[in-house]
Design a binder for this molecule. Structure first.
Ligand SMILES: Nc1ncnc2c1ncn2[C@@H]1O[C@H](COP(=O)(O)OP(=O)(O)OP(=O)(O)O)[C@@H](O)[C@H]1O
Length: 268
């Protein structure tokens, strides 16, 4: 792969047919005038896997929360396919109810949506099987490892079969082996279910491994600084992770991140 094979383009503006998410001129001002975000113009194609990459505090979580409708933008427009009704959110912490079984934790979104009781069991079993936890439905969060707790959190996000999955640094607190395994499982899940995924991370390595499109953000207020398309043979796996191609992409994106943060530690 040559450097010219790495597509670097300006952020698209304006919604198009087939966009799952479209942000236009989105800003977020917190109390005491903290400008956290934007203006941000950002579109995500239906079924794409996009990573938002940026330094801590650049507003990645804020952008995700705005897309999810958990936070209102100060200005700008947000369009989400289906009116935002079909979103699953995975937080950095698994945020499980410690007093409830795995089964009951995963069932929560269906109960909140008042789905018929007879409907719930099958969906919960399917979501748990999807993340490899079919055997642990009766266990409690304290009995599980960190990686397993995150799988429960993922199952809870999947149980409503959302079209869009928003993931906020979900694997950041996990050890590397567990993280790699969950990376592979997430890719398999995305290949099978073809959901739109927006994955926030501050890891260059993780963003390049997972995403088809890496969007680099500047420090606060977060804006888009550069985009990289990771065009590699699919399905990705450990061969990709150890390849020269992967290393070259990581280097290119690292340079982009350094330029975005103004550090310039890595120069061309
Ligand atoms: N409720 C709030 N009130 C005031 N400032 C806030 C609030 N939430 C976030 N901020 C500030 O806005 C900026 C962006 O925060 P945000 O959590 O979106 O960034 P981030 O890129 O996701 O960071 P991290 O990677 O550390 O989670 C930060 O400087 C943060 O301190």
């Amino acid at each position: 792969m040559t450097e010219s094979a790495l597509a670097l383009s300006k952020a698209d503006t304006g919604p198009r047919a087939g966009d799952a998410v479209s942000l236009k001129g989105v800003t977020k001002l917190y109390d005491r005038g903290v400008a956290a975000l934007g203006p941000l113009d950002f579109n995500v194609r239906d079924g794409d896997f996009v990573s938002l990459l940026g330094p801590s505090g650049c507003g990645k979580s804020t952008a995700l929360r705005i897309i999810a409708g958990l936070s209102a933008p100060t200005s700008g427009t947000v369009r989400v396919a289906g009116g935002g009704r079909s979103i699953g959110f995975v937080f950095q912490e698994p945020t499980l109810m410690p007093w409830a079984s795995v089964r009951d934790n995963v069932a929560l979104p269906l109960k909140l949506a008042h789905r018929p009781r007879t409907d719930i069991g099958g969906h919960v079993e399917a979501a748990l099987a999807r993340v490899g936890l079919a055997e642990f439905a009766a266990a409690y969060p304290r009995q599980l490892s960190g990686g397993m707790r995150m799988r429960v959190s993922l199952a809870r996000a999947l149980v409503t079969d959302p079209d869009i999955l928003l993931m906020d640094e979900p694997f950041a607190a996990l050890d590397e082996i567990t993280r790699f395994r969950l990376n592979n499982d997430l890719l398999a899940l995305w290949r099978d279910l073809r959901k739109t995924v927006i994955f926030v991370t501050h890891s260059v390595f993780e963003s390049v491994y997972l995403a088809r499109r890496v969007v680099v953000m500047t420090p606060r207020p977060g804006r888009i600084s550069a985009e990289y398309r990771i065009d590699t043979a699919e399905p990705r796996g450990e061969d990709f992770r150890t390849s020269a191609e992967y290393a070259a992409y990581c280097r290119e994106v690292s340079i982009g991140l350094s330029l975005a943060t103004g550090k310039g530690a890595l120069r061309r």
